[in-house]
Ligand binder design. Structure first.
Ligand code: C2O
Ligand code: CU
Ligand code: CU
Length: 501
């Protein structure tokens, strides 16, 4: 349970026993059999657009305890935002002045961070904007960015992992005039569908199991059962032939390599920060924790197909032999499994044309970069690992009192992220959207050539990104950069930067 440390420890010491359904069940069960397991109607989170009061869009959000029925008969204690688990899809428009009133009805401190947004640091909802029990925090800012699928989640120091795991997260959509003018599926819950992917483990009594082992702490918490928008064994009844899926990897640590079981082609139309220049055809897509993608999928009447994870191709220079124990643990974890079902039996067959051009995502030339900063991701093996320590960036763990970087407002900068560890880490930067210049000197694939705020850095990889920190400077209030595996972030793989004018 989330509310006291003692209860939390009780959960943790229950250990990894009594798990319900192995996640990797497609290994021995045929797709034909397993598809029938997916019969729970996909939950669609409520839309929250707030009320416009004196020209401001005011949205009330309340963090509280609840009970969820992931497992049918056995209730699960969870936390949510305006509900029992997860939060509403907050929907705002470019140009809106928003005021998000966040009331903490939990018995411990929390925060809500607006992931992906360019907003003042004091409104960012990171560890410095902690909300005590019973208090309300007003986050007020202007929506400057264009059409995109952003999200929000707890970001409290050292407890982000457990708070998100129990349910403190949700999606935040930004609409703009240009994307409205494009002929894209855009009816919420009908042909424009949110998919929040999360994996969770449970104890026999139905309670959530968090951090049952040292492995969970080191590799990050990976669960045994898939939830999509909080629904286990989810089935979505497709209504329109062309359907847009807005996918968030809202998991604490698991990286998905998504494909349809029939390996059908789909079009990626957006990355973390908004739409791509043009839709990109693909058959699989990797999403690390924190990353989003919007895809367009065509379903014809009669289709009944599973979305699944297939093991990631090995990347980076180091093979299993040099990865040793860690490599074995990772390999053991990477089994194929099914995520949810799309049943298009009754869908309409009206074809829809897809715009050839979507938008012009912002870009910067490396020639305009004023400087390059380097970030080494460290995970200490051996004794450090056994003590559960050794997570840091540039050799140092997160320290709330230390500012690691000072970024002049408006400078174009290259950030070079070097993964010095044997596992992949999704590196996330607050306040900005960036473009990936290259991975080990090679340009990113088409699906990554858009605005990003999180980039997966494979073992022994060196990724260069380019961006510009704009609009807001505050020498006192820091933004964060960190690994988005929440257990790594909680253990110190995070740093702070201020934007100064
Ligand atoms: Cu989504 Cu600093 O986080
Ligand atoms: Cu963020
Ligand atoms: Cu990490």
């Amino acid at each position: 349970m989330l509310n006291t440390r003692r209860q939390f420890l009780k959960v943790a010491s229950a250990g990894g026993i009594g798990l319900l359904t192995p996640l990797g069940f497609t290994g021995s069960v045929s797709a034909d059999e397993s598809i029938s397991w997916f019969k729970n109607p996909l939950g669609i989170p409520p839309l929250e657009t707030g009320n416009v009061i004196d020209g401001k869009r005011v949205i009330n959000l309340s963090l509280g305890y609840g009970t969820s029925t992931f497992l049918g008969d056995r209730p699960t204690a969870t936390v949510g935002i305006n509900g029992a688990y997860l939060g509403p899809v907050i929907r705002v428009r470019q140009g809106d002045d928003v005021e998000l009133k966040v009331t903490n009805r939990l018995t411990e401190a929390s925060t809500l961070h607006w992931h992906g947004l360019n907003i003042p640091a004091a409104m960012d909802g990171g560890p410095h904007q902690s909300i005590n029990p019973g208090q309300t925090w007003n986050a007020a800012f202007k929506i400057l960015q264009g059409a995109s699928t952003q999200w929000y989640h707890s970001h409290v120091l050292h407890r982000t992992g457990i708070q998100v795991y129990f349910g403190l997260a949700g999606l935040l959509y930004i609409d703009d005039e240009h994307s409205k003018s494009l002929d894209l599926p855009s009816t919420y819950g009908v042909d424009d569908i949110p998919l929040v992917l999360q994996d969770r483990s449970f104890n026999q009594d139905g309670s959530l199991l968090y951090l049952g082992s040292m492995h969970d702490r080191m590799m990050g918490m990976m669960g045994q059962l898939m939830l999509v928008n909080g629904t286990t064994f989810a089935r979505f009844k497709v209504q329109k032939r062309l359907t847009r899926l807005r996918i968030l990897n809202g998991s604490n640590a698991r990286i998905y390599n998504l494909e349809f079981e029939d390996q059908r082609e789909f079009l990626q139309m957006a990355t973390d920060g908004g739409q791509l220049e043009r839709p990109v055809a693909m058959r699989d897509i990797v999403l690390a924790p924190g990353e989003r993608a919007e895809i367009l999928v065509e379903f014809v009447p009669g289709d009944d197909v599973l979305l699944r994870h297939k093991p990631l191709p090995r990347r980076g220079g180091s093979g299993a032999a040099t990865m040793g124990m860690m490599g074995n643990m990772m390999a053991a974890n990477d089994q194929p499994f099914s995520i949810m079902r799309f049943d298009a039996a009754q869908s309409s067959s009206t074809a829809q044309t897809i715009p050839a051009r979507l938008t012009t995502p912002r870009n910067w030339s490396p020639n305009d970069a004023v400087r390059t900063r380097r970030f080494d991701l460290n995970m200490q093996m051996g004794m450090g690992m056994m003590r559960g320590g050794g997570f840091g960036i540039n050799g140092r763990p997160m320290d709330m009192r230390r500012i690691d970087q000072r970024v002049p407002l408006g400078d174009v900068e290259i950030w070079e992220i070097v993964n010095q560890s044997p596992m992949a880490h999704p590196f996330h930067i607050h306040d900005t959207q960036f473009r990936i210049i290259d991975r080990n000197g090679r340009p990113p694939m088409a699906g990554e050539q858009g605005l990003k705020d999180t980039v997966l850095v494979y073992p022994r990889e060196r990724v260069r990104i380019i961006t510009q920190f704009e609009n807001y400077a505050d020498a006192k209030a820091p933004y964060m950069f960190h690994c988005h595996i929440l257990e790594h972030e909680d253990a110190g793989m995070m740093g702070q930067f201020v934007v100064v004018s």
